[in-house]
Design a binder for this molecule. Structure first.
Ligand code: HEC
Ligand code: HEC
Ligand code: HEC
Ligand code: HEC
Length: 349
């Protein structure tokens, strides 16, 4: 990758180190500091100069540690901002040089990191309980705000004739030129033969809003559609569209943060994912990938809570087919995914 980009050495290039290591200022590096540690403890938990010693003493409190510079990773919005600062910003130039396509979902990635904390009684006493589905929803909102900020910022829109291609669905350009008959999905969709903005997170956010803030859901859904169309218009029009949608997401975020995500709401979410699937919402691989991670997040949370709901049971059974239908990104067939989603919640409303 480094030679494709004309870099001398990936292990010293700031471009790579900013995301692949703790690229702290030279003055902040102690004698044991080593960039080869990669994304080390302090990159996430904050430079430890002032809290490392005190935080293991008998008198330490979490609030005191935070005041001494510990990053509030337990706080969902802060955690989302931290992870997304690296897990969402890879540009097309890097992809062209060979960087793997990246995706992100806060709850799934928190578990896969791997989670190196135990959500036991002691943890709950110190930091409270965070429902995994809430983490999913907040991660989607923070990701959407980050993307919309980029789109409404003219400087962030790429150079020359073309906008930043990584803002679009990769497979709206990188796919076969012949579309086999069997790939046609059911449900209304206008094929405009233009690259589409990667709205996979926005689709999930619209679904979250249906369950949590029904008053905001129609607006988010309509503005997401409008953003897709605006991407084929002027830059000023696109920026204005991104700002309108951003306002709605900003209004949704605090509602997600204070919502309980009860078993009943989890069922509503699964039903909404299934219904949106039947309506043809998950056209691109990235959309399907987000839908699968959402289902897995809800299933994991409901298992923890011991929910025996029939929709959840159907989701557990459907997961294998959903994983199978998203196994390889370049062979993604929307119709097969739609088929797999039918098992999720038996009869769409
Ligand atoms: C904006 C942040 C960012 C930048 C800049 C970036 N990377 Fe990455 N890179 C990531 C993330 C995040 C992943 C992990 C993605 C995943 O698996 O979900 C990754 C994964 C990779 C992988 C795959 C690693 C594996 O274990 O499969 C390689 C190789 C890589 N990056 C190389 C580079 C090089 C070389 C550069 C500099 C030219 C670079 N990256 C710049 C964020 C970045
Ligand atoms: C990619 C980011 C990231 C990295 C790197 C990371 N952590 Fe964490 N860590 C987290 C998150 C997220 C949590 C869970 C939220 C919380 O409790 O703060 C966590 C939780 C913890 C906890 C649990 C505290 C408790 O209250 O029970 C400890 C201890 C910890 N990390 C230590 C470390 C150490 C030591 C390293 C390096 C070896 C490290 N972490 C690397 C993100 C990270
Ligand atoms: C400093 C940038 C940075 C931050 C902040 C960061 N990551 Fe990462 N993360 C990376 C890079 C780079 C990789 C790929 C490392 C590699 O494979 O060599 C990665 C890999 C991962 C992987 C493995 C992905 C895979 O496909 O196997 C998970 C899971 C993950 N990160 C979760 C998180 C979570 C959760 C947070 C927030 C608490 C977080 N990361 C914060 C840069 C970051
Ligand atoms: C608007 C259309 C468009 C979008 C969207 C797009 N690309 Fe590309 N991509 C291109 C073009 C054009 C090239 C250059 C093709 C060439 O050199 O043959 C390219 C080249 C590449 C290459 C190098 C291929 C090669 O054979 O050298 C990779 C890898 C790549 N893109 C990955 C991605 C990923 C990952 C995404 C999504 C995050 C993406 N692209 C989104 C149009 C696009």
């Amino acid at each position: 990758m480094a030679s494709n980009l004309g870099l001398e050495n990936a292990t010293t290039a700031a471009l790579c180190l900013d995301c692949h290591a703790d690229n702290a200022a030279m003055t902040e590096r102690g004698p044991q500091f080593d960039t080869a540690d990669g994304v080390g403890c302090e990159r996430c938990h904050g430079g430890a100069a002032r809290w490392l010693g005190p935080h293991v003493s008998d008198t330490a409190t979490h609030r005191g540690n935070i005041e001494a510079g510990l990053y509030p990773t337990a706080e969902p919005i802060a955690r989302a901002r931290l992870c997304i600062s690296c897990h969402q910003r890879v540009d097309h130039r890097l992809y062209g040089a060979g960087h793997p396509r990246i995706t992100f979902e806060l709850d799934t990635y928190t578990a896969n990191q791997p989670a190196h904390f135990r959500n036991d009684a002691d943890y709950k006493l110190r930091k409270g309980t965070i429902n995994g589905v809430k983490l999913w929803a907040i991660g989607q909102a923070v990701a959407a705000i980050t993307m919309l900020d980029t789109i409404s910022d003219f400087e962030g829109l790429g150079e020359g004739l073309l906008p930043e291609l990584a803002l679009f669905d990769c497979h709206s350009c990188h796919r076969r030129t012949a579309r086999p008959e069997e790939e046609a999905m059911q449900g209304p969709r206008v094929y405009r033969a233009l690259p589409t903005v990667n709205d996979s997170g926005l689709i999930m956010l619209g679904i979250a809003a249906e369950a949590v803030a029904p008053d905001l859901a129609p607006g988010i859904r309509a503005e997401t559609g409008a953003l897709r169309d605006a991407a084929a218009g002027t830059r000023a029009g696109l920026a204005a569209s991104a700002r309108r949608l951003n306002e709605l997401v900003q209004a949704l975020l605090p509602r997600l943060a204070e919502n309980a995500f009860t078993a009943n709401e989890q069922t509503l979410l699964l039903q909404a994912i299934s219904r949106r699937g039947q309506e043809g919402a998950f056209h691109d691989f990235a959309d399907a990938e987000q839908a699968v991670m959402a289902v897995a997040s809800i299933v994991a949370a409901s298992r923890l809570e011991g929910s025996g709901d029939t929709t959840v049971q159907a989701a557990v059974r459907a997961l294998d087919s959903l994983y199978e239908a998203t196994r390889t990104q370049d062979d993604y067939r929307p119709s097969a995914f739609q088929q797999a989603l039918r098992q999720l919640a038996p009869a769409p409303r």
